[in-house]
Design a protein around this ligand. Structure first.
Ligand code: HEM
Length: 247
């Protein structure tokens, strides 16, 4: 797979599906906006993962409030002005505006590693979307070879592999650089994500190799299943255990 062939693939796709691409860009813009809006929630989960907390300790933190914020005053709506402290904190009340400012200050970036870790949720959407679309395109190609989707698959798998590498790179900063985790969910997510990146890079190489598509199809199938599991565990870490309400 040479760089020229890769760029030719990109250019060809761009020519064929100009309108589709602008639609894809619009939908990714929406994803980026949703990710940016969910940053405060992520910042709390992020602390627990970096500190190597277990799943149970993180659930406790979510229910009783962030450990670092526990000593801080409780929140009351600004319309009510100063109110009675809640039983939870037994501290001075805080107006909604003060709470907002306190949260902003708490969310401030502390180091380059911290910033890189916070980029993980934004990057994570790309391998999920691109590699699952590659699986759909490959199924369509299997059913109807005349569709000629080989270039599309190449584009999606190579983009997905680049996205997976970026997501994994940022993920290691989000999770902390260690080989064992006290959180089972994080351990599964860390190693599944790292393996996804390795398999996606191999799949991209398969996609550019002429000849049989068997190995590529097998790799894409594995990636599709692993990515659904990966996304589910990512959601568990950010939104809490049983976040889809299936249990
Ligand atoms: C292909 C690779 C990966 C994908 C697709 C992926 C996907 C996700 C998703 C979807 C979330 C939830 C984000 C949200 O809803 O806002 C998430 C969160 C998270 N992921 Fe990954 N991930 C990948 C690799 C990794 C790796 C390799 C690590 C660790 C070494 C990691 C660590 C984390 C952590 C710690 C969180 C929780 C958010 C946080 O604490 O910042 N991820 N991931």
């Amino acid at each position: 797979m040479t760089l020229t062939t890769l760029f030719e693939g990109f250019a060809q796709i761009g020519r064929i599906t100009n309108m589709t691409l602008s639609r894809i860009l619009r939908s990714h813009l929406a994803i980026l906006m949703v990710a940016a809006l969910s940053l405060p929630v992520i910042a709390i989960a992020h602390d627990g993962h970096k500190k190597d907390m277990s799943d149970a300790e993180m659930a406790q933190m979510e229910i009783h409030g962030d450990a670092d914020m526990r000593e801080s005053p409780s929140v009351v709506p600004s319309s009510l002005g100063q109110a009675e402290p809640t039983a939870l904190t037994e501290a001075k009340p805080m107006t909604a505006e003060q709470a907002l400012e306190a949260k902003r200050a708490k969310n401030r970036i502390t180091s380059t590693g911290d910033l890189l870790g916070r980029l993980h949720p934004i990057a994570a959407h790309f391998p999920i979307a691109l590699l699952l679309m590659a699986a759909i395109a490959e199924i369509l190609l299997f059913i109807r070879p005349a569709l000629g989707l080989e270039t599309t698959v190449r584009f999606l798998v190579s983009g997905g592999a680049i996205g997976a590498a970026a997501a994994a790179f940022f993920g290691w900063f989000a999770a902390g650089w260690r080989l064992e985790d006290r959180s089972e969910t994080l351990a599964l997510h860390r190693w599944n994500g790292t393996a996804i990146t390795a398999v996606a890079i191999v799949a991209a190489w398969f996609a550019f190799r002429p000849g049989s598509r068997k190995a590529l199809r097998f790799a894409i199938g594995i990636l599709a299943v692993a990515l659904v599991i990966q996304g589910y565990h990512g959601g568990e870490m950010v939104f809490g255990p049983n976040h889809l309400g299936l249990e």
